[in-house]
Design a protein around this ligand. Structure first.
Ligand code: ATP
Ligand code: MG
Length: 227
């Protein structure tokens, strides 16, 4: 097994955090050590830290949600809910990609599987030169690509997969997380996507009812955690 997985998305708000939480939960249940990182987060409100992506990931991984734990998992936190390059520019300090890489590499070890959630979609700008894709290519971890089932999601997902292949980023699986509104049944979207990538696992995750820890209601992701 690789030391980590990078959870990226065909876009923002598609289910990256939910799927990363489900993976963390699965590992915990299997008594396998897991670490979580969401190195760059925008739209972070310290007063609502408990509901941030970072807090959800920590909770799913069984880590107590403290200010220190949030700072460690998400060193680059921005208030503005906009792309990281713009959010960072508004603070006057652009994101230092070398520092992001060092932080991620330092979190990788043979002792645990590190789940890294990206930010936004696969080509969300992080600086004026680099996107999430450059970050992923440099890190070289296998990717889990999360997409939705809304109208237009297939093109977004296939585009994301295509650029990852072009940049030689290994893809562990594509996860289609059911959107609130979808024009056709989830299975139809998932099987159409799968038809374009016969060598990749495509896993459909149905809509989970709003509950406290929705990731605990997701199964079927185990195959993604095996080599
Ligand atoms: N299969 C699903 N069932 C129920 N809710 C879902 C599902 N997939 C996504 N959601 C919900 O949609 C919202 C967005 O999902 P999530 O926060 O995981 O997306 P994201 O890709 O991590 O977003 P961001 O780009 O902000 O990090 C959340 O409220 C999440 O619980
Ligand atoms: Mg998220």
């Amino acid at each position: 097994m690789s030391q980590g997985l990078f959870i990226t998305g065909a876009g923002t708000e598609v289910g990256k955090t939910l799927i990363a939480c489900a993976l963390a939960h699965h590992l915990r249940t299997a008594k396998r050590p897991v670490k979580v990182l969401k190195p760059i987060i925008s739209g972070f409100d310290p007063d609502l830290a408990e509901t941030s992506d970072t807090a959800l990931l920590l909770r799913a991984a069984g880590v107590k949600v403290t200010k220190a734990a949030i700072a460690e998992a998400s060193p680059w936190r921005y208030a503005e809910p906009i792309s990281p390059n713009m959010a960072a520019a508004r603070t006057g300090t652009p994101i230092d990609m070398d520092a992001v890489m060092n932080h991620c590499r330092a979190a990788l070890s043979d002792d645990a599987l590190t789940l890294i959630e990206g930010v936004g979609g696969v080509m969300a700008p992080l600086t004026d030169e680099a996107t999430v894709l450059d970050w992923m290519a440099a890190l070289g971890l296998p990717a889990v690509v999360v997409g939705g089932s809304y109208l237009g999601a297939m093109s977004h997902t296939l585009t994301a997969v295509s650029v990852l292949i072009e940049r030689a980023v290994p893809i562990r699986a594509v996860v289609v997380s059911e959107s609130r509104d979808q024009p056709v049944p989830l299975a139809e979207t998932a099987s159409t996507i799968a038809g374009f990538m016969p060598h990749l696992p495509v896993i459909a995750v149905p809509r989970i009812a709003p509950i406290e820890r929705p990731w605990e209601a997701i199964d079927g992701l185990g195959e993604l955690l095996e080599d």
